[in-house]
Design a protein around this ligand. Structure first.
Ligand SMILES: *Cc1c(COP(=O)(O)O)cnc(C)c1O
Length: 384
């Protein structure tokens, strides 16, 4: 029977230490989580600035519901584009320094919308091997040739670009790699994009709100110009603390997306509640220098604390600090041992990361206190 196959495949996943389970949380997102009645210090969320449960955003969401209702009622191109969305888009464009910004429901959908709008059959996408799953899927959906280059290897990328006969070229990269925490060499990538007349599409899910002056993101961090060939995607469910995503760029590129991005056109506009909370969130992000400094201090404390243990820390300057263990089962064992001590760190396994590089993905937030990080460091040192 067709379902026997599912049972046996699920059994195989379990056996390989690859079966994932969900934990239900009994409190809002924050550094102190509760699950199954147990209190845990959580190092799991992407809520880098601690805004997900901020009372000011809760208030903005409630006020947004009163002003605009809870649903948008239609897609953006029909009648779902409300004033709350328009205000947020204008503010996102100003904040990121691009001519125009377009709101999507999620980062996944933004990526699936952008890449197939810009390239198709007979075109080529040049992707970093460690790109996020949504970027990988976007290339499949575009039906473009996928040329993958070794992680951050500019020489290899240049070779591929030089050899390519594709009609149109697009360089596709995470700005901050989601499972490693390191930054893509954006200035050099932009230089290659200029030289080979390619688009450069940057996914800044983990940089927006955290990096650059006032948290304006990775492009601002590198002080890159808002050139026409640079297309910037930022997500709004991580540092911004709410949900959604946007694409910012040249006015013509954004207009092209309005006309072509199927994940923009054929979906209901997200709730105006979210847009109102996000408009308030942008102000909090811009004023959150103290939070960003605190987060950076926590990163240093974790790195110094683990510096001389046997677990290899990646050269990550960001809030994403993976501890590479290698073996799936061992990674799970260590995650379980931490959990027993009230410390929740996710065990990330293939296919999310390459085989043999299973890891604990510690993700820090400005909402953590120094004492939370000290407890994690002590436990990890003990387990090492
Ligand atoms: C989280 C993430 C996404 C998806 O964003 P959502 O808004 O959660 O759908 C895309 N790219 C990267 C690099 C991410 O980490």
């Amino acid at each position: 029977m067709i379902w026997d196959e599912l049972d046996s495949e699920l059994g195989a996943l379990e056996h390989a230490g690859l079966r994932r389970t969900r934990r239900t949380l009994e409190r809002p997102c924050g550094p102190e989580a509760q699950s199954g009645g147990r209190r845990l210090i959580s190092f799991c969320s992407n809520d880098y600035l601690g805004l997900a449960s901020d009372p000011r955003l809760i208030e903005a969401a409630c006020a947004g519901a009163r002003a605009w209702g809870v649903g948008s009622g239609a897609s953006h191109l029909v009648s779902g584009h409300l004033g709350a969305h328009a205000e947020l888009e204008a503010k996102l464009a100003t904040f990121t320094g691009f001519a125009r910004a377009l709101l999507f429901s999620t980062g996944y959908m933004a990526n699936l919308g952008v890449v197939p709008s810009l390239v198709g059959r007979n075109d080529a996408v040049f992707s970093d091997r460690l790109n996020h799953a949504s970027l990988i899927d976007s290339v499949l959906l575009a039906r473009a040739e996928n040329q993958r280059y070794p992680h951050a290897d500019l020489a290899a990328l240049e070779g591929l670009l030089a050899a390519s006969r594709a009609r149109r070229k697009l360089i596709l990269t995470d700005a901050v790699f989601s499972m490693d925490g390191d930054l893509a060499p954006l200035p050099e990538l932009l230089e290659l994009a200029e030289r080979f007349d390619a688009w450069l599409v940057v996914d800044d899910a983990h940089g927006f709100g955290v990096l650059g002056p006032q948290g304006r993101g990775s492009v601002a961090h590198f002080a890159l110009p808002a050139t026409r060939r640079l297309v910037y995607m930022g997500t709004l469910g991580k540092a911004a603390g709410v949900a959604g995503a946007f694409v910012a760029g040249d006015a013509t590129v954004i207009e092209w997306l309005v006309q072509h991005a199927r994940t923009y056109i054929f979906t209901t506009a997200s709730s105006p509640i979210l847009a109102c909370a996000l408009t308030a969130s942008l102000d909090l992000i811009a004023g959150a220098d103290a939070r960003r400094e605190h987060l950076q201090r926590l990163v240093s404390e974790l790195r110094e604390g683990l510096g001389d243990t046997r677990w290899r820390l990646q050269p990550s300057p960001t809030a994403i600090q993976p501890v590479i263990i290698g073996d799936n089962h061992e990674t799970l064992r260590i995650a379980d041992a931490l959990f027993e001590r009230g410390l929740w760190v996710p065990a990330i396994r293939p296919p999310t990361v390459p085989r043999g590089t299973a890891r604990l993905r510690v993700s820090l937030s400005a909402a953590h206190q120094a004492e939370h990080v000290a407890r994690l460091v002590d436990a990890l040192r003990d387990l090492a």
